[in-house]
Design a protein around this ligand. Structure first.
Ligand code: SF4
Ligand code: SF4
Length: 386
């Protein structure tokens, strides 16, 4: 395992961190986390030298904090770093910051967070932050020793990022950084702003919710040509970990094998050479040609009043786009409950307010629905109705 230290973060933080957003679950229900599964993942992560564990108030329907910290309970508190996040969208009055923070300490059965972030800042959430003096309150908790390092996670433009890091004194920031978003969502610009302010960068979505692990053949080809032995997923981890301003790369590792593969990817990591850089640029270019929906599967949009399962629908569609295989789509789409499919969308727009990727969800759902109807109309007699 590789470790990094920065002026504002003198601790020995593992370059790979375990994200608490994609734990194994029962019956596809986000809040039905399989605790033994989490324990096995945490134990394996610790055995591989991982010291950074990330969770949030909202992950797994509010269960992630509790389950993750229960799994960490057998380890001494000062042997790992716990990162948690304030659900800024729930703050409606001055006292809420303290209320949620206190609840999080209790859920995690801890007296302090090593890393604490304002979750998912964008223009609207930053306005909430300013209106209710959230930063001042968190600074107070920091002075009281309840927060070791204060930061924020971010989903918006480089201009807003520049403003946020100039307005207040943070210790670190978390951004979405991967070789697809490097140009597409200007992750490069965001990364450079953090470096120019001397702020260590925690990386989220290094593999874009798995999209950069299961690349379409046309996109994977350029990577295989350069390092035939390396897994496709390891490229995504290495791309992020190779950036010198990066403190930790968070990965929602769902199995011990993935932990091993990711840990190997960050070990002895070096900046990409020209061939490697060209290979990921080519992979990103070919990925974009497939016109996939840039959904990371974060499930922030799951509060749909009609219970439309947007991440699953988009995953089925993206899978289809990789090979244009009707049966593959039929197979994946038929596993989504009828009441959770695209046809149930009433275009209320609620989901789009929550999507950190600014995806035009309703338009994309309409596209998927059209495909489902087409496939339905031409399906062989042995396929059931979609
Ligand atoms: S626009 Fe459709 S998918 Fe989005 S929240 Fe409303 S009903 Fe649900
Ligand atoms: S549509 Fe947006 S909010 Fe929903 S899972 Fe995808 S990226 Fe997340």
């Amino acid at each position: 395992m590789e470790y990094r230290r920065f002026e504002t973060i003198p601790e020995k933080v593992s370059l790979l961190g375990l994200g608490g957003m994609r734990f194994p679950v029962l019956d596809d229900q986000p809040d039905r986390v399989i605790e033994e599964g989490v324990q096995a993942l945490v134990d394996h992560a610790v055995s591989r030298g991982i010291t950074y564990f990330d969770t949030a108030y909202s992950y797994h329907g509010g269960r992630s904090e509790e389950v993750l910290t229960r799994a960490l309970g057998k380890y001494q508190r000062d042997t790992y770093y716990l990162a948690d996040k304030l659900p800024i969208w729930l703050i409606q009055e001055e006292g809420d910051t303290e209320r949620y923070f206190q609840e999080q300490l209790e859920r995690c059965r801890t007296e302090y967070f090593d890393f604490y972030l304002v979750h998912s800042l964008d223009r609207l959430k930053y306005a909430i932050c300013e209106k209710f003096h959230v930063f001042d309150k968190l600074k107070q908790f920091q002075a009281e020793g309840k927060i070791r390092h204060l930061g924020f996670s971010f989903h918006d433009t480089p201009e807003l990022l520049e403003k946020i890091v100039t307005d207040h004194q943070w210790d670190f920031a978390q951004i979405q950084l991967n070789y697809l978003d490097w140009e597409m969502q200007d992750a490069k610009g965001q990364y450079e702003i953090l470096v120019s302010h001397g702020l260590p960068c925690v990386v989220m979505e290094p593999s874009r919710g798995g999209a950069l692990i299961f690349l379409p053949e046309s996109a994977a080809k350029s990577l295989k040509e350069v390092h035939p032995e390396a897994s496709i997923g390891s490229w995504a981890i290495r791309f992020a970990a190779s950036k010198p301003g990066v403190l930790c790369v968070l990965s929602g590792m769902e199995s011990e094998d993935i932990i091993d593969d990711n840990a190997a990817a960050v070990t002895g990591v070096k900046p990409f050479d020209r061939r490697e850089q060209q290979a990921v640029e080519k992979a990103a270019e070919n990925f974009m040609k497939n016109k996939m929906i840039p959904c990371t599967g974060c499930a922030y949009c799951r509060e749909c009043p009609k219970e439309v399962n947007i991440p699953k629908i988009f995953a089925a569609y993206n899978q289809y786009l990789a090979g244009r295989d009707n049966f593959q789509f039929y197979n994946a789409y038929s596993k989504i409950k009828p009441e959770e499919r695209a046809v149930n969308c009433v275009k209320c727009g609620k989901c789009m307010e929550r999507c950190p990727q600014s995806i035009p969800i309703t338009d994309n759902l309409a596209t998927v629905q059209k495909l489902a109807e087409q496939i339905n109309g031409n399906r062989p007699s042995n396929w059931g109705e979609l």
